[in-house]
Design a binder for this molecule. Structure first.
Ligand code: NAP
Length: 297
């Protein structure tokens, strides 16, 4: 099987344009399409061929990359061109849920399309630069065949045949990122009460948080081992956030991010696990009470 010669990009939002532009800089033959006309002008000036319809874009290439808003927009765009996609390779870089990725994978197999799902671990300005990684899962042969093209955008990491895996990792990593960002915002709101700028705080928070990430591997070993009583781990009793909550209340600011952590700690302590490792809060997340589910927040 040969590396694809022409690549079609469906979707010219911020990310689709960055992906197309990187391929053009790497001298690839690129066809672009966007629902709303006008977003491909600069790409056309750089050598891309603009397709008038999604069907034309599919017909023009053996590798079709989809980077649209969400799963619904992907189905809206692909359903009408399913027949044309037959025997071609479809790589979907739209953010979706694992179940949506698996559903599209089943749809593709039924339609005779080689399907790979992807999760972009980068922002548009990072594409084809240092630190850019895209996670892939699904049809392994199709991934290997296209890898040389995909490597244009950064590190291409294949996770397995289950089409939902790339999304699973993508969302899990984003969960860590958003909660970490919210923790920084909590700190920034607290230091602001003493006239300290968020920029100054960022300069201190970044190396501190970065140093703390070394503890993740230890947490991982404890969680996988299932024994939260092991020595050397910070206990749930020791991790109590009352002082932090009191300081925030005294400063007149909200406590939402730290209150969320305190609730997880309290749930495990209330169940009699106060001397166990802080890592035990993963069990409250993995086995939520009705109050712990999103719809009840
Ligand atoms: N930007 C990032 O930092 C980033 C990072 C990682 C992953 N991603 C993911 O990459 C995907 C694209 O992101 P983006 O930043 O390029 O978003 P964006 O700038 O908002 O672009 C959205 C694209 O989806 C198209 N679209 C929306 N609804 C559609 C529909 N019903 N039918 C056809 N096309 C439709 C839009 O077309 P129109 O121009 O016609 O509206 C546009 O091309 C998203 O899933 C996003 O989560 C983005």
């Amino acid at each position: 099987m040969n590396t694809p010669v022409t690549v079609s990009i469906l979707g010219l939002g911020e990310m689709g344009r960055a992906l197309a532009s990187a391929l053009l800089r790497a001298d690839r033959s690129v066809v672009v399409w966007n629902r709303t006309p006008g977003k491909g002008i600069e790409l056309a000036q750089a050598g891309a061929v603009e397709a008038a319809t999604a069907a034309d874009a599919v017909d023009a290439a053996d590798l079709i990359i989809v980077c649209l808003l969400d799963h619904t927009s992907v189905r809206d765009t692909l359903d009408p061109v399913a027949d044309r996609l037959r025997s071609r390779t479809l790589i979907n870089l739209t953010t979706n849920s694992p179940e949506e990725a698996r559903e599209l994978g089943r749809w593709a197999v039924a339609a005779g399309i080689a399907y790979v799902d992807g999760g972009i671990m980068a922002v548009p300005s990072m594409i084809a630069g240092p630190g850019s990684e895209i996670l892939y899962s699904g049809d392994e042969k199709a991934f290997r065949r296209c890898k040389e093209v995909l490597d244009t955008w950064g590190t291409s990491t294949y996770l397995g045949r289950d089409a939902g895996l790339a999304s699973l990792y993508d969302l899990a990593l984003l969960a860590g990122m958003y909660v970490m960002f919210a923790g920084y915002m909590q700190g920034a709101a607290l230091v602001r009460t003493a006239g300290i700028s968020a920029t100054d705080f960022a300069g201190r928070a970044a190396p501190w948080i970065s140093a703390m990430t070394h503890g993740l591997a230890d947490f991982g070993r404890v969680i996988d081992g299932g024994d939260y009583t092991v020595a050397g781990q910070q206990s749930l009793d020791f991790s109590d956030l009352s002082t932090m909550l009191d300081a925030a209340a005294h400063a007149g600011i909200g406590v939402q991010p730290i209150a969320m952590v305190q609730r997880l700690i309290a749930a495990e302590r209330d169940s009699g696990h106060g001397t166990d490792s802080f890592a035990r809060i993963v069990e409250s997340i993995a086995h939520p009470t009705p109050e712990g589910t999103f719809s009840c927040l």
